[in-house]
Design a protein. Sequence first.
Length: 173
Amino acid sequence: MENLNLFLQPVEQTALVAIEDKSLLTVDKSELSEIASKIVEAVDDGNADALNTLIMAKKGAYVFDAVIEAMKGKARLPEGKNYQKHNCDIREQMTGVRYDFNVCNDAVWNSLNMQMLAIKEQIAAREQKLKTFTTPTEVEDEIDQDTGEVIMTARVINPPVKTGSQSLIFTLK
């Protein structure tokens, strides 16, 4: 019999995972970690293709994320707020708590918020200007158009440091 992985594909296409007569429902966290380690080990040992394995994982994550989203509001705890089942401690709590202060009718907060929004707009506009600098550039005095006051004296403006990392971007079709 040919060795098959979780998705019943031949081993050379994706990493081999031996669950040994267990279900994802009943395994514990350490067994899940062991499954993940075995998948990575198969790639590291050259027994599975890294890109195929990553594609399998991305598609699996897509499936499970969709199931998790669909179960929100459907899954209920049978015994109050704390529950244990299949090696999982499950509790109910409020998540993603947010407060809307716009409805408070507080003049101090409203004033501060307006100042913050104006400053955010100014920062965003300034950042757009700074992004145009690709090399250190000498600039002349900046003068406030309303008052004629010198805001900044002549200086060298360095370009912003652009950071990031290379990633593989997946689009499922």
